[in-house]
Write a protein that binds this ligand. Structure first.
Ligand code: APR
Length: 189
C-alpha cells in the first residue's frame, strides 16, 4: 500500500524484513544503551556486521548512550543502505507518561538525520511495538501521522519513506492508520 502526496513524495507500507530493503538509511529500534538486542535490533546487527557495534561503542564512550525519543547514526556495514539510524523508542507504561511524544520524536529525529545528510529514501520498522509493548493500534497512528506530516512539507530532501512491517497484523494496523490519515489530509486539502 502507498500514499502519493501532491508534492510527489511517497509513503509506502510493505511487509518484510527491513534488512532486505535497499534505501539510503535504515532506522533501527534500539535501546538507550546502544548495546544491540533481539527483534529488529538483532536482525540489523546480524546483517550489518560488527562495524555497527564498533561505531556504537565509540558513540557510547563519547556520550554514554542515547536517550529515549532520540537516535544516533552509524554506517550500514553490509546492509543495503548508507546509514543506520538507531532510534530509542519508549517502553510503554500505560500511556500515562509522554510515550506518545517520545515515539513521535523517534521518527522525527530519524527524518532530521536523513535531512541533514540530504538522503532521499528511508525505511522504518514499527518502533516500540515489540519488546517495548506499545499497543499497535496506538503506535501506528503516531508513526504514520509523524512521517505523513513530514513528507507533506516541502522543505525536506526525503522523497520516500517505507515502513517495513514484519507480520500481517502489524501491516494491517499501519494500513488502517495510513487510510485514516490520508482521508484526513484529503479533507484538509
Ligand atoms: N524487519 C522488520 N521488522 C522487524 C524485524 C525485521 N527483520 N524483526 C522484528 N521486527 C519487528 C517486530 O516484529 C516489531 O513489530 O520490529 C518491531 C519492533 O519490535 P522490537 O524489535 O522488539 O523493538 P521494540 O519493541 O522497539 O523494543 C526494542 O528490543 O531488540 C531489543 O535492543 C532492542 O532493547 C531494544 C528493544
Amino acid at each position: 500500500m502507498q500514499h502519493e502526496f501532491p508534492n510527489g513524495r511517497i509513503l509506502r507500507l510493505v511487509r518484510g524484513d527491513i534488512t532486505q530493503v535497499e534505501v539510503d538509511a535504515i532506522c533501527n529500534a534500539a535501546n538507550s544503551g546502544l548495546r544491540g538486542g533481539g527483534g529488529v535490533d538483532g536482525a540489523i546487527h546480524r546483517a550489518g556486521g560488527p562495524a555497527l557495534m564498533e561505531e556504537l561503542n565509540q558513540i557510547r564512550a563519547a556520550q554514554g548512550g542515547c536517550k529515549t525519543g532520540s537516535a544516533v547514526a552509524t554506517s550500514a556495514g553490509n546492509l543495503p543502505a548508507k546509514f543506520v539510524f538507531h532510534a530509542v523508542g519508549p517502553v510503554y507504561q500505560g500511556g500515562r507518561g509522554n510515550e506518545e511524544d517520545q515515539l513521535a520524536s523517534c521518527y522525527r529525529t530519524c527524518l532530521e538525520l536523513a535531512q541533514e545528510r540530504k538522503l532521499q529514501r528511508i525505511s522504518f520498522p514499527s518502533i516500540s511495538t515489540g519488546v517495548y509493548g506499545y499497543p499497535l493500534e496506538e503506535a501506528a497512528p503516531i508513526a504514520i501521522g509523524t512521517v505523513f506530516d513530514w513528507l507533506a512539507e516541502l522543505r525536506t530532501t526525503v522523497e520516500e519513506a517505507i515502513f517495513v512491517l514484519f507480520d500481517g497484523r502489524t501491516l494491517a494496523a499501519y494500513e488502517n492508520a495510513l487510510r485514516a490519515r490520508a482521508r484526513g489530509a484529503a479533507v484538509r486539502w
